[in-house]
Design a protein around this ligand. Sequence first.
Ligand code: GLY
Length: 395
Amino acid sequence: MKKNTDESIYTKTKYENSCHLTKKDIEIALEEALKKIDENLAVFTHQFPSESSINNRYVPIDNDRGWGQGFWTGILWLAYEATGDERYRQVAELQVKTFETRIEEKIGVNHHDMGFLYSLSCISAYRLTGNEAAKKAALQAADHLVSRYREKGQFIQAWGDIDDPKAYRLIIDCLMNIPLLYWAAEVTKEDHYYQKAYHHMRTTVKNIFREDFSAYHTFYFDPETGAPVKGVTHQGHSDDSAWARGQAWGMYGVLLSYVYTKEKDLIDLYKKVTHYFLNHLPEDHVSYWDLDFMSGDEPRDSSAAAIAVCSLLEIDKWLDETDPFKKIYQNAAKEILKSLIERYSTKEDPNSNGLLLHAVYAKPENLGVDECNIWGDYFYMEALVRLLKDWDLYW
Ligand code: GLY
């Protein structure tokens, strides 16, 4: 187990200087992103971009498997909010119908990623336009997610068949799926959604963070007793390392649980998890695919950086002016985003149909390595929109 260290002091030194990123820079970055979205709107109206690109180009897929389709619909809702242009809304609404069918007919949903799929496509539709069919689909997705809750251990099982004892584990990513349940509790006034989300969150934070607040990717429990067994990686460098995107899911996920529960210890936890992330960034502030690497030729994961930026922009809403880290987080968010805009965006790559280059899906499987991925694009857009308008969460 890694040693407990107070990393806050390094974070402070690293990000004490203000970053020069102007409103104009962000507006230009958004215009560039919208240009790419417009170029691809026709291809990705009835189909969706693949999870990761091949030679920096997404290929069209149907809404019938995997966990990534919601990101593209989420990008369209963000584009609609940023511009008011009805074209984005019309395409997003067509896509919402495919999410309705998918959950109604339980197509490709034998997993926990209901939040990634339904928060960004359907909760957003409901919040922005009052779409009742989208609300119903999101509630069906919430019901499906709670069906994966395991009483023994009190967590939501990530992958695999629900009666498979070898699949008895949670993964850190699921902290981004449970806001769907908090939302379902709010709209239905049915407390069981909240309780399952809450217990899953508490089981996760108790087991998934090491003493130094780096995160395991996945954590196993004993199916007979529910006792914690061990942390194991799936997409990271090793069982002892912090997979960069997992750490970023932890940052944003812990914070979203704070937003819904208002339990103060989660702010403290957010800071510790975030300090680990920030202290393991290389010179240009964009993480390698695993935080074990801070220099050298390993690939970057720009998507982890984009997720982290969104969490740093969200925490700003919850810290008062006297908090010693408020400015540090503002500076860190802007430094990372500036680097993404200048060195990782596709603005000078006419070949690519994505928004952010140099991301990794799953290095151990050699899947989507040094490619665009659709969640990186989504969080990049979310970050830009957050900085230009008063944005309300879809999560
Ligand atoms: N949630 C899966 C991933 O981040 O790759």
